[in-house]
Design a protein around this ligand. Structure first.
Ligand code: GLU
Length: 435
């Protein structure tokens, strides 16, 4: 018998509806969007309660012997938000500002993201509070291995599959894979995605998030009747997502007028030579000293008079304080949570078309899914096959979200939440509440 999750009351009671939203807290921001979509979907109160809570939250101490011989103890998190649709999926970030609230929000976003693009995964996220830029390779390796062993009980190709995120990369994923495999006493490639291609990684994975951003930006331009050629773009963040998105959009004929990273921002009316900027970062580790544009303030990059703004760094950069100054017609959220919930209403009022994070940056986890499938099948695809399948999924998902937005007269973010929450909810209804 299907579980009736509607009883005993039949209306959602939002616990913090009248409370002032703490704009700095990404979990509250995620939850306010979730609440809004849940009400529109008329979600059963029982299911509403289930989906408001992370399934599992792990907090560990991560002791590391530094190169100096001293021992430092870092704090690590892994949150599994929801696994109803499949193994938990989501990256691991190393950053000084990691908090449990942030990891919880990111794990929830992974749940909705995987559901928006209809991957058979749940959502998770991990983080370690540290400054990787100040650590040696040896220290990073020891940190990664000890963190991995600390969350070993949840890891596994069928239970929890990490990937790169802020300040982690293929090399870090290779250490995660090796640590897990040594514990299992055999090689398990599918326990982690975003690995080097030589050891079970997928072609096209490194570029996948940026490529996905390029694909949905083109879809948005088409929808708004704008020409890709000559479209002006500003990209905030020049890491794996921002640099690739900028490069691919430039190849499609867009003019990338602004780029930035944590060291500074640059503007060039005629378009920045993105290949030169990527070369500069390869040589100097940051954009610092880049000569291909005029230096501007980082905050000013966000309010440039461009067609497309692509925030591709961290959370909470478009807030109630600067949203009214945004001049872009389209925002493509390459980062997770770059816009606060309070800023949403302001952007709506201004008529900005926002491609929400859980759709815009889903290209990364989509190719992670392809990598997991390839590892499990032991059969690897060409880069063209990967890119074609990625393009199909991103286009279909964009169209699915746009259709819902039009039907329900809501913005793209609310539509994306509605689509993903309804997919997760359907599985919960079918599975029922285990007792
Ligand atoms: N860290 C990426 C994200 O936030 C990728 C996650 C994954 O591939 O599992 O979407």
């Amino acid at each position: 018998m299907a579980t009736d999750l509607r009883l005993p009351t039949d209306k959602i009671v939002r616990p913090d509806k009248d409370r002032f939203l703490n704009e700095d807290n990404p979990f509250e921001g995620m939850m306010s969007r979730f609440d809004q979509a849940a009400e529109l979907l008329d979600l059963e109160p029982g299911l509403y309660k289930v989906l408001r809570n992370p399934e599992k939250q792990i907090i560990i101490s991560v002791p590391v012997v530094l190169d100096s011989g001293e021992v430092e103890v870092y704090t690590g998190y892994r949150v599994l938000y929801n696994t109803s649709r499949g193994p938990a999926k989501g990256g691991i970030r190393f950053d000084e500002h990691v908090t449990l609230e942030e990891v919880k929000a990111l794990a929830a976003w992974m749940t909705w993201k995987c559901a928006v693009v209809n991957l058979p995964f749940g959502g998770a996220k991990g983080g370690v509070i540290c400054d990787p830029l100040k650590m040696s390779v040896g220290e990073l390796e020891r940190l990664t291995r000890r963190y991995t062993s600390g969350i070993m009980n949840t890891l596994g190709p069928d239970s929890d599959v990490p990937a790169p995120d802020v300040n982690t990369n293929e090399r870090v994923m290779a250490w995660v894979m090796d640590t897990y495999s040594m514990h299992m006493r055999h090689t398990v490639t599918s326990v982690v995605t975003g690995k080097p291609v030589e050891m079970g990684g997928s072609l096209g994975r490194r570029e996948a998030t940026g490529r996905g951003c390029m694909i949905v930006t083109k879809e948005a331009l088409k929808h708004l009747g704008m020409d890709v050629k000559g479209t002006t773009v500003a990209v905030q963040g020049f890491g794996n997502v921002g640099s690739v998105a900028a490069q691919l959009l430039a190849r499609e004929g867009c003019k990338i007028q602004g780029i930035s990273d944590r060291t500074g921002a640059y503007y060039n009316k005629n378009g920045i030579d993105i290949d030169a900027a990527i070369k500069h970062v390869k040589e100097h580790k940051s954009l610092d000293g880049f000569k291909g544009g005029d230096a501007i303030a980082n905050a000013d990059l966000l309010t440039l008079d461009v067609d497309v703004l692509l925030p591709a760094a961290l959370e909470n950069v478009i807030t109630s304080k600067n949203a009214d100054k945004i001049r872009a017609k389209i925002i493509c959220e390459g980062a997770n949570g770059p816009t606060t919930a309070n800023a949403d209403a302001i952007l709506d009022q201004k008529g900005v078309f926002v491609i929400p994070d859980i759709l815009a940056n889903a290209g990364g986890v989509t190719v992670s899914y392809f990598e997991w499938v390839q590892d499990r099948g032991g059969y690897f695809w060409t880069e063209d096959v990967v890119n074609d399948r990625l393009r199909d999924i991103m286009r279909t998902s964009f169209a699915d979200v746009l259709r819902l937005a039009t039907t329900h007269k809501v913005n793209m973010r609310t539509a994306a939440y509605m689509l993903s929450i309804s997919r997760v909810a359907t599985v919960h209804r079918l599975r029922g509440v285990y007792a």
